[in-house]
Design a protein around this ligand. Structure first.
Ligand code: HSE
Length: 392
């Protein structure tokens, strides 16, 4: 019997408890012994609930219990969670986490402690919710040189875009539903403004290219700049609009950013709806690999956290690692070429310069491949209302 602890009993933590309890037999069969959830750390009072005996509020109980071999951190944020994870690793316990902020910001340091202590630090659930992506990148695609990784990595914004643009709901209703379904961050600004996607592309970039990318170095735009008019124009032109996080190898560096993009409606990514996420990994041997599944939510995320716990307690895990990046490693995305979608007033010069589609007052065009800096020059005399890259 392996004994584990859970830190944080919110949506994801509740899911982890449920998966370990409901799938107890499958888990025992899979790793050859039972896994017991001995402690649940939470500051709330669970007196009178079935969890009364497991719940503790003092991390040192878990830290000092020699029976505990691993813990799952589902608190979120990079303050208390960081302190607790560090303490447990230093106490020689493996830690698994769904916390993308913690991994993106403190990953290097926590990996070093885990290495020194000979324990695991795993974070499959930090990107793509229930989709296996971290482990395939660490193991199955290890023989590739990865050139690019991009995709839809935030379930809340993909849900909101779908509900607003396909189902005609307003922003606040769509966001409320995402919160009720347990998709959104505690502060949903992190979803809407692309901050959550930024943390995730940092982790993917770190794994794919081996060097640390900090969230501050990633240019990030969220979904608030996408209008119903943009979607209508995009549809007319044969595209869908999605919030894309992308990291691309450029020489010895990497260009990473988050922004709304147009995607040809014929591509699989254009049809990824609701809370679903999809990540494309471009390897020099495998070609394009698409990872698709539920990107957020209680049980899908718990599925990945629990799988990490099983790997940690059974000693079969390989902890993903990366190294410090040299100065200038992150290259500004302004220098990346792509085709562009641009919207402007009908009366503007856009219609004279390019083939356009029109609404009553506005027009939109696809601009041939150029960098963002070149685009600014091309459109210098035009008051641009939207400009989004097209991802090929
Ligand atoms: N808020 C995140 C999302 C949760 O919507 O994708 C999963 O990381």
């Amino acid at each position: 019997m392996k004994k584990v602890a859970l830190l944080g009993f919110g949506t994801v933590g509740g899911g982890v408890e449920e998966v370990l309890r409901v799938n107890r037999d499958e888990i025992a069969k899979n790793i050859g012994e039972e896994v017991e959830l001995k402690y649940i750390l939470d500051i709330r009072d669970f007196t009178g609930t079935p969890f009364e005996k497991q719940v503790v509020s003092d991390i040192s109980i878990i830290e000092n219990d020699p029976e505990i071999v691993a813990a799952a951190e589902c608190i979120g944020g990079a303050t208390i969670a960081y302190d607790f994870v560090k303490r447990l690793l230093l106490a020689g316990k493996s830690v698994v986490t769904s916390n993308k902020e913690l991994v993106a910001v403190k990953g290097l340091e926590l990996q070093a402690i885990a290495r020194e202590k000979g324990v695991c630090f795993l974070f499959e659930a930090s990107v793509g919710g229930g989709i296996p992506i971290i482990r395939p990148l660490t193991n199955d695609l290890a023989a590739n040189r990865i050139d690019e990784v991009f995709g839809i990595v935030n379930g809340t914004t993909n849900y909101i875009l779908f509900q607003m643009l396909q189902c005609g709901k307003d922003f606040d209703t769509a966001l409320r539903e995402a919160q009720q379904n347990g998709y959104a961050e505690a502060d949903p600004t992190a979803d809407i403004e692309g901050i959550d996607a930024c943390r995730k592309i940092c982790i993917l970039s770190d794994l794919c290219f081996g060097k640390n990318v900090s969230p501050e170095s990633v240019r990030t735009r969220g979904i608030t700049c996408v209008t119903a008019q943009d979607t209508a124009f995009a549809e007319k032109l044969g595209y869908a609009i999605k919030l894309i996080a992308r990291a691309k190898r450029v020489g010895e560096g990497v260009s990473a950013y988050v922004a709304p993009h147009l995607i040809s409606s014929e591509k699989l990514l254009a049809n990824v709806s609701g809370v679903m996420n999809a990540v494309v990994v471009r390897g020099n041997a495998v070609g394009d690999c698409l990872f698709y599944g539920a990107g957020a939510g209680k049980l899908p995320t718990a599925s990945a956290v629990a799988a990490d716990l099983l790997d940690a307690v059974s000693g079969r895990a390989k902890s993903p690692e990366w190294t410090e990046a040299p100065e200038g490693y992150v290259i500004p995305s302004e220098t990346l070429s792509s085709r562009w979608y641009v919207r402007a007033a009908k009366s503007s010069a856009l219609g004279e310069k390019f083939d356009c589609v029109f609404s009553e007052n506005e027009c939109a065009a696809i601009i041939p491949e150029c960098t963002e800096t070149e685009l600014s020059g091309i459109l210098a005399s035009i008051e641009v209302r939207s400009a989004f890259r097209i991802i090929e």
